[in-house]
Design a protein around this ligand. Structure first.
Ligand code: ADP
Length: 266
């Protein structure tokens, strides 16, 4: 609580009394803290790849390394880290646009199965590389009203995470069913489930926070920026939906996503 007192006086200048203002600033403070934490995190996240690029470039420039294989591997690191930097900046800009609500959704009827087929097609090579089976059970002829690019982005993030955090030979299943069918507010419930490493119970409540990762090294190693789920959550909320996660370490993780079947009118 913030407490302010202001002396009040008459027009004539004579003292009249005090005006006290008692304001609950918890939310404001929390937002301020979140913002400055975010700036600190962003700086840290950007500094890591820049330091790697600079360090390896310096070593190469010094001319001390003669072996061509070593030179190649250093150049590869510089390339990969620049790539990461690029993705990181892209995700940061994307998140800030979404958070400041500068992304008007373009609602249109979307054929769900086609949308998910196009997402899994892109991700199939990554799954095949790890012998992960991608299963998809989406009812035919089901349409949802939503922003196609944004919905694609949601599923891309969830399914690529499922592949990333699932060891060789695992399974990723994508399902969809309609809830309250025929009712006034039909909802479509999606699930993206994997047989992967799972998420410890203590981390579950924080998983949608910006830059929060269970295992930083692992996330970085797989090219993650730590912003994917945050972006997903915002996009789901822009669609007036909700997302939650269930997980067991060593068994797997399910993301459950509810979206209104039709565009909700304000
Ligand atoms: P990242 O780029 O690190 O994958 P995300 O925001 O997409 O960032 O996810 C945040 C963290 O949540 C990940 O670093 C990982 O620890 C955890 N996570 C996300 N999806 C899964 C999953 N399917 N299985 C296990 N852990 C997951």
């Amino acid at each position: 609580l913030q407490f302010d007192g202001v002396p009040m006086s008459e027009d004539s200048g004579s003292y009249r009394g005090m005006l006290f203002l008692l304001q609950d600033v918890t939310d404001i403070r929390r937002l301020e803290r979140m913002r400055s934490e975010f700036v600190a995190n962003v700086s840290h996240e950007l500094k890591t790849p820049i330091a790697a690029v600079k360090g390896f470039a310096e070593t190469l420039l010094s001319g001390g390394v003669k072996d061509t294989d070593t030179i190649r591997s250093f150049l590869q690191i510089i390339y990969d880290e620049s790539d990461r930097l690029n993705r990181l900046i892209g995700d940061i800009l994307e998140l800030s646009k979404i958070e400041s609500k500068r992304v008007p959704l373009e609602y249109a009827p979307i054929h769900l199965k086609e949308l998910l087929d196009s997402v899994t097609e892109v991700l199939l090579p990554a799954a095949n590389k790890k012998s992960i089976v991608l299963l998809q059970e989406i009812p035919e002829h089901l349409f949802i009203e939503g922003d196609e690019d944004r919905l694609r982005q949601i599923f891309m993030n969830l399914i690529s995470n499922a592949i990333n955090y699932t060891p060789e030979g695992g399974r990723v299943s994508i399902g969809a069913k309609v809830l309250h069918e025929g009712g006034e507010q039909e909802i479509i419930r999606f699930s993206v489930s994997d047989t992967g490493i799972g998420i410890p119970r203590k981390d579950l409540p924080r998983i949608f926070e910006r830059f929060y990762r269970v295992d930083k090294a692992r996330s970085r190693g797989s090219g993650g920026t730590g912003l994917g789920l945050s972006i997903v959550k915002h996009l789901v909320e822009l669609h007036r939906g909700a997302i939650r996660v269930e997980s067991r370490v060593g068994e797997g993780t399910s993301f459950i996503l509810d979206l209104p079947l039709m565009h909700p009118i304000d």
